[in-house]
Design a binder for this molecule. Structure first.
Ligand code: B12
Ligand code: SF4
Ligand code: SF4
Length: 278
């Protein structure tokens, strides 16, 4: 254990532009609800995959050997900067590019300064990533809200995440007891245009799990995906699995379209309706 290293890494992440940074134990993360859910049900939840046909037959995360800690960072996505969340012609978003830049620079700094081997994680679990909300909760960023998003005390759900794994046992920075939802009127759930929170999709009785999507299993991925498909249609952009892989590209390709042409403006109503952090 080296507690001073955790603090040093977090300070450096913030200097590089992260709004929040923290560390979770890989041992605990492997058993966290989303990773547990993957082991039990695969990626097909509520009848739909995270992204249809992303990687055929994927059902298990291959954790690199010797990794002990997960380092997760958050970048603020305030309501008055909606463009950070818009998918452009490269299949990427400006916010994700900031996250990738910080992750890349931070990994290089950790390897050079602290001599710790790092593994930068992909966005999609199917392409070598991990579940980011669980990682953030275990790193002490906040809790999973009734909108099924990570809620942080300072920025509410209006953050985007990225992670890397480290071959060193660092002091975890969470979890916390923060929970704003119990006393809230569920503005998030009422704001959903698809009524994605109107019924139990997965129950504790059925799954044997107590931490479910939306906390109580009231989140329909299928209904949310209908909205996502609508958002794509409204953008007039052609989207396939290769296009969305843009989130993990290192070099940005324009794929024949200019960077200013076309934008997918994803629904964020359950996120923006949450009063926490405003
Ligand atoms: C696939 C995916 C989608 C799919 C499917 C979503 C789903 N939940 O199944 C679709 C397209 C529908 C989608 C929609 C959205 N997404 Co999305 N998505 C992802 C992705 C790639 C994987 C998520 C996943 O499959 N999870 C597995 C399923 C089974 O888990 P789950 O539904 O989240 O439920 C688990 C948690 O709730 C957890 N849990 C519940 N209680 C507790 C308690 C504790 C203590 C812990 C540890 C965990 C925990 O356990 C549940 C499983 O039992 C992640 C990136 C990543 N690599 O993690 C982004 C991600 C989750 N999405 C994100 C966002 C912002 C969105 C949208 C707002 C759209 C947008 N503008 O980007 C909507 C919001 C939908 C919603 N309310 O959940 C952000 C969330 C940021 C945040 N503040 O939480 C992420 C992290 C990406 C990022 N760039 O940072 N998404
Ligand atoms: S609006 Fe925010 S605080 Fe209220 S229930 Fe939804 S996620 Fe929780
Ligand atoms: S992103 Fe939109 S459609 Fe999906 S759950 Fe949130 S409010 Fe509903």
């Amino acid at each position: 254990m080296a507690p001073d290293r955790s603090a040093q890494i977090i300070d450096t992440a913030k200097e590089m532009g992260a709004a929040i940074a923290g560390i979770a134990s890989v041992e605990l993360l492997k058993k966290s609800p989303s990773h547990d859910m993957l082991g039990r049900f695969g990626t097909k939840i509520d009848g739909v995959h995270s992204f249809e046909g992303m990687v055929e037959g994927f059902n298990e995360i291959k954790w690199p050997a010797r990794v002990k800690s997960a380092l997760v960072i958050a970048v603020s996505h305030p309501e008055d900067k909606p463009e950070l969340d818009w998918t452009n012609a490269s299949g990427d978003t400006p916010g994700n590019r900031i996250l990738q830049r910080i992750n890349r620079e931070l990994a290089a700094w950790i390897e050079e300064t602290l001599s710790i081997k790092t593994h930068k994680m992909a966005y999609w679990v199917e392409k070598g990533g991990i579940y980011l909300k669980d990682t953030a909760v275990l790193a002490g960023f906040g809790c999973i809200g009734r909108n099924n998003l990570l809620i942080t005390p300072g920025l509410g759900p209006r953050v985007r995440l990225r992670a890397m794994l480290l071959e060193d046992e660092l002091t975890p920075t969470g979890p916390t007891t923060f929970d704003p939802c119990d006393s809230c009127k569920e503005f998030c759930r009422k704001a959903c245009p698809q009524n994605a929170f109107d019924r139990v999709v997965l129950s504790s009785a059925e799954t044997g799990m107590y931490a479910l999507p939306g906390r109580d299993g009231c989140f329909s991925r299928a209904k949310c995906s209908i909205q996502m498909d609508k958002d794509v249609k409204d953008s007039d952009m052609a989207v396939g699995k290769e296009f969305l892989s843009g989130l993990d590209q290192l070099a940005v390709e324009t794929r024949g379209l200019s960077q200013t042409e076309g934008r997918i403006k994803w629904c964020r109503r359950c996120e923006l309706a949450c009063p926490v952090g405003n």
